[in-house]
Design a protein around this ligand. Structure first.
Ligand SMILES: NC(=O)C1=CN([C@@H]2O[C@H](COP(=O)(O)OP(=O)(O)OC[C@H]3O[C@@H](n4cnc5c(N)ncnc54)[C@H](O)[C@@H]3O)[C@@H](O)[C@H]2O)[C@@H](O)CC1
Ligand SMILES: [K+]
Length: 225
């Protein structure tokens, strides 16, 4: 497993790549979504069988944006998709908003009634929070993650970038998190994938390359003024 990269280093790397003009945030998000879908089909080749149903839970940030990309790509491969936005569309960051708008299928708004889990789908994709988790998850979202943690083993669970509620630096759970069968992260693992509760909650960890390696140059600190 390649060495880890901190959240701050990952954000700086993405920023360098985007500022170089070589890639846009939108393209990085598309590559992330493609990587998640590829890892899902490698893990479960039967996903392409008829009548597979997936629920994609999308949060208010760019992790949710990855979720919209995954929802679109899975629908194109014949899965029956229910996409749920746990947040306000008007507050989505630009890259995520672009993919929200591009998603032709209906997007449900999250409410505690959770009609989308009855009947239980074949797979749930957790795109609620990624490396932007800033505080313990509380309220209806925590209740949702908890109820998903109590579902029968038959339900397949996938985390985009990191299981929501797992701190990407410390591997501690902030509030609640859903243990996942598969976690697909980007470029390099974050420390929280490998320490604390990380291994137990991530399940099988796949690291997808989204084309950032050329920008992974150590930053020479400017000489002390
Ligand atoms: N261009 C990019 O920046 C890329 C970002 N990517 C994805 O973007 C993610 C990072 O996106 P963001 O920085 O938007 O962060 P997140 O999408 O992880 O979440 C940030 C949002 O969640 C809210 N939030 C944080 N903790 C909360 C809590 N406990 N309760 C309620 N709301 C909470 C924040 O206010 C913010 O609106 C990555 O994990 C990855 O999945 C990838 O698509 C790669 C490219
Ligand atoms: K997530």
């Amino acid at each position: 497993m390649s060495e880890t990269i901190t959240v701050a280093e990952m954000r700086a790397l993405e920023r360098r790549a985007i500022e170089s003009g070589a890639v846009t945030g939108q393209e990085l998000m598309e590559r992330a979504g493609r990587g998640v879908v590829a890892a899902m089909f490698t893990t479960w080749p039967d996903l392409g069988d008829a009548e597979r149903r997936a629920v994609v839970l999308c949060g208010p940030g760019n992790n949710g944006g990855d979720g919209f990309v995954v929802a679109r790509l899975l629908a194109a491969r014949g899965l029956k998709i229910t996409t749920v936005l746990c947040g306000d569309p008007a507050r989505l960051p630009p890259d995520a908003r672009g993919n929200y708008d591009a998603l032709s299928t209906k997007i449900s708004r999250f409410d505690a009634a959770r009609p989308f889990l009855d009947p239980l789908p074949d797979i749930v994709i957790d795109a609620v929070f990624g490396i932007g988790l800033a505080r313990p998850i509380e309220g209806p979202l925590a209740a949702l993650l908890k109820s998903l943690s109590d579902t029968p083993q038959t339900l397949r669970t996938v985390a985009i970038d990191i299981p929501s509620g797992l701190d990407a630096e410390t591997g501690q759970i902030l509030g609640h998190a859903m243990p996942c069968d598969l976690t697909v992260t980007f470029h390099q693992p974050k420390p929280g994938h490998l320490i604390g509760e990380g291994p137990a909650y991530c399940g099988k960890l796949v690291v997808e390359d989204i084309g950032l390696h050329p920008f992974n140059v150590p930053q020479i600190c400017p000489p002390e003024a």
